[in-house]
Design a protein around this ligand. Structure first.
Ligand code: NAD
Length: 354
């Protein structure tokens, strides 16, 4: 015997990403703003002036990647029940990627899913984390291993918030912008070489292009079955660097900068990407004070760590490398010797030699 369930097409989940001064946002029903003490202290008052909701609550969670846990999710959910939010309520993520990922996840499971909007306040979250609906938390097995794909109803990107962002955090966001350019858009890369992102008009332009490229990727592959994995360029190496250096020594974007330089070297070892192109990427990253070198104790130990990554399927790692500027290549399971040869350059910090 068989019974089939035939579901109607779900309502559209399309949404707008507004890159502009924050407008007044009208929210139906109750709303809860999720933020942390740092962002609240700096910017909550201005945010509240722009939110028009029947009833509005603020939930403050501790600041830091180490609090991106199920415990914090429980805390957010409890506050939502305390305030009697219902299925028509909206959550507002107000902060960097940590707040965004957690608010999105809490919204995806509160009463089986309610709306949320993203108001990202770091450059990294404006160009990357707030767009595309990946939400989640860390657990003892690793980063972002528990979560859901839950798209926001809207994303509002206002560079005003970035006025208080420390320079290192700013640069970490630039690394993700460079990533998009190297992978998908040579012209954008050339533009980045000649435009300073400390200028607000240039910054807005770069955010717009990065978000357009991310949207183009997500539109094709929401749940990372294919091309979305290209956004992991530099990240395979970065995760190992973060793992070895202890979370906190490098900001994620800094580890990604080193990881991209390493991936470029791998591309060259595989007969792609020229040394001149690699030099240009390194120069652009260094211009924003991003690290591009790293000392590895043992290439073998570094290599072995790749396999702890959740993205290594069947003990095969897929490396994302540039074939040339603006064109990516996914390389599945390159020869161990080739990767070790690349890593050997970094043993005792020799990555910059030659
Ligand atoms: P973060 O959220 O920890 O923010 C960095 C620091 O800046 C924090 O101390 C924060 O309080 C502070 N801050 C935020 N806005 C500020 C402002 N306007 N002025 C001054 N300080 C401010 O880190 P992040 O780099 O924004 O995001 C990293 C997180 O994003 C990671 O957890 C990562 O896994 C996640 N991420 C998610 C995706 C995705 O697709 N969902 C993509 C990339 C990264």
């Amino acid at each position: 015997m068989k019974v089939s369930i035939q579901l109607p097409a779900p309502p559209s989940r399309d949404y707008e990403i507004v890159i502009d001064e924050l407008p007044t946002i009208a929210l139906e029903g109750k709303a809860v703003v999720v933020t942390n003490p740092k962002v609240a202290g700096l910017h909550l008052r201005r945010l509240l002036e722009h939110l028009d909701a029947k009833e509005l609550f603020v939930v403050t969670i501790p600041d830091g990647e180490e609090y991106k846990t199920m415990e914090t999710i429980e805390f957010i959910l409890d506050r939502c029940f305390d305030h009697r939010l219902d299925r028509k309520s909206t959550m507002v993520a107000f902060g960097g990627g940590v707040v965004g990922d957690m608010t999105g996840f809490a919204a995806s499971i509160f009463q089986r899913g309610i709306d949320f909007i993203q108001i990202p306040t770091t450059l990294l979250s404006q160009v990357d984390a707030s767009v595309g609906g990946k939400t989640g938390i860390n657990n003892r097995y690793g980063k972002n291993l528990v979560g859901a794909f839950h798209q926001p109803r809207a994303v509002y990107i206002d560079t005003y918030w970035l006025g208080t962002l420390p320079e290192r955090e700013f640069a970490a966001g630039v690394a993700e912008i460079v990533k998009m350019a190297v992978m998908f858009d040579e012209k954008f890369f050339e533009w980045l070489e000649t435009h300073d992102l400390h200028d607000d008009a240039n910054l807005k332009e770069a955010i717009k292009r990065s978000v357009e490229l991310k949207a183009w990727v997500v539109n094709q592959d929401e749940t990372e079955k294919g091309i979305r994995a290209v956004l992991n360029y530099g990240h395979t190496f970065a995760h190992v660097i973060e793992n070895f250096s202890g979370y906190g020594s490098y900001l994620h974007g800094e580890a990604v900068a080193i990881g991209m330089v390493m991936a470029n070297r791998l591309a060259m070892a595989l007969g792609m990407f020229g040394p001149e192109e690699a030099e240009r990427v390194e120069k652009l990253l260094a211009r924003y004070g991003l690290p591009t070198d790293y000392a590895i104790d043992s290439a073998e130990a570094f290599y072995d760590r790749f396999f702890l990554d959740k993205k290594s399927h069947d003990n095969t790692i897929t490396f994302i490398v540039p074939e040339r500027l603006g064109r990516f290549k996914m390389v599945k399971g390159p020869a161990r010797e080739t990767v070790l040869e690349v890593l050997a350059h970094y043993e005792k910090g020799r990555g910059r030699e030659e």
